[in-house]
Design a protein around this ligand. Structure first.
Ligand SMILES: NC(=O)c1ccc[n+]([C@@H]2O[C@H](COP(=O)([O-])OP(=O)(O)OC[C@H]3O[C@@H](n4cnc5c(N)ncnc54)[C@H](O)[C@@H]3O)[C@@H](O)[C@H]2O)c1
Length: 351
């Protein structure tokens, strides 16, 4: 089968730095060129030997184009995605795919009407820390999981570009929340959400959030906590997962998961420990007789499987890895979170 011809719309950080660079490196698709509204970006591409289309119309009128990847600011995804689908192109759109679930529904409807493949670039499904947690969850080794905490902590504030502007879909919740929520829903597959609570952080940015704290509550009593912070000069662990038989922890993206599994609930004798100004048996650390402690090797994954899958779907050989239903559920959780922050209270989530 011939390689699919790709055009990347938006030659910025993600369009140029990832989609174009990887298309050249991986040789799974054939890069025809880029289109960027900024003539300087077009010039930059040309100086690197990459063909730069002069307009989106030129891309749409080019019959050779099989796939358009849309990597432009969030508020302009809708218009470009819809135009590409209507012109008969298959479309990959960067996350967050849209500014609302209504916008996303319109994209899906256009894809279906034109019989084109359309998917959201949820590339962080290939993050090895997430894959490690998912593997431990699925193995059952820590028992029934009732709490997952997922944090991304940085200390550089938010970028000073469109990410600081509300009208362009800025803010850390839209930027990072979309990945971390998607990961949580992939781990807790099949659990029904009932409630959402979210609070945006505004340390120095008041137009958009520069961090957030989100709780997702599930019907079976389990929960997830998702947080992004940009003023964390000391970062908290990336992942923390509790089951009724053990706990798993990933301190940092670069680290292996640490797992502690309880093998004997009762110790023969718990020695009280001094904590601060008091003594406690309840909080005394466990000894090695009652727990197994080990590290889990990081799973491997190739994020370019996303593109391989997309090409296979066009050829009718596979189903999309990132489905419309999953992307819509993430959009709905995000909308509920915006509402919760606005109201300052927990909101119901109906599925
Ligand atoms: N999946 C990921 O890991 C990841 C990482 C970073 C960014 N993103 C997403 O990628 C998208 C782009 O982010 P970025 O960091 O590359 O932004 P960026 O500002 O670095 O680049 C955006 C580019 O789009 C161009 N542009 C703006 N409007 C356009 C239009 N209507 N038509 C054509 N070009 C247009 C700009 O000139 C700029 O070159 C966003 O949706 C962002 O959330 C995803």
């Amino acid at each position: 089968m011939d390689k699919k011809n790709l055009v990347v719309v938006g030659y910025g950080g993600m369009g140029g730095g990832y989609h174009v660079a990887k298309a050249i490196e991986k040789e799974v698709v054939n890069l025809l060129g880029i289109y960027d509204i900024d003539p300087k970006k077009a010039e930059l591409a040309r100086s690197r030997g990459i063909y730069a289309y002069n307009s989106l119309e030129e891309v749409l009128n080019d019959d050779r184009v099989d796939i358009v990847t849309v990597a432009i600011p969030n508020d302009v995804h809708l218009d470009t995605v819809v135009r590409c689908l209507e012109a008969g192109k298959n479309v990959i759109c960067e996350k967050p795919v849209a500014m609302s679930s209504d916008e996303f529904a319109k994209m899906v409807e256009t894809a279906n009407k034109n019989n084109k493949v359309f998917s959201v670039h949820q590339n962080r499904r290939w993050d090895v820390d997430f894959l490690g947690m998912k593997q431990i969850y699925n193995s059952g080794e820590i028992g029934r999981v009732f709490n997952i905490e997922s944090r991304i902590h940085g200390s550089r504030g938010i970028p000073s570009d469109w990410r600081g502007e509300k009208e362009h879909g800025g803010g850390m919740f839209l930027d990072w929340g979309v990945h971390l929520i998607d990961q949580i829903l992939q781990i807790y597959k099949g659990r029904k959400i009932t409630k959402i609570y979210c609070k945006f952080i505004h340390t120095t940015n008041f137009e958009v959030d520069d961090g957030y704290k989100l709780y997702i509550y599930f019907e079976d009593g389990s929960e997830a906590y998702v947080e992004t912070g940009t003023f964390n000069f000391i970062a908290m662990p990336r992942f923390y997962m509790q089951g009724d038989k053990g706990t798993a922890l990933i301190t940092d993206w670069r680290e292996k998961a640490k797992v502690t599994v309880c093998k004997h609930w009762h110790e023969s004798e718990v020695v009280p420990v001094q904590t601060g100004a008091g003594l406690t048996k309840t909080m005394a650390p466990r000894d090695s007789i009652t727990v197994d402690e080990y590290e889990v090797d990081r799973p491997t994954g190739d994020v370019y499987d996303y593109y391989r899958n997309f090409c296979d779907v066009i050829d009718g050989k596979a189903e999309l890895i990132v489905t419309h239903e999953e992307a819509m559920r993430v959009m709905k959780v995000m909308e509920a979170a915006f509402k919760s922050d606005e109201l300052g209270q927990v909101v119901d989530f109906v599925e």
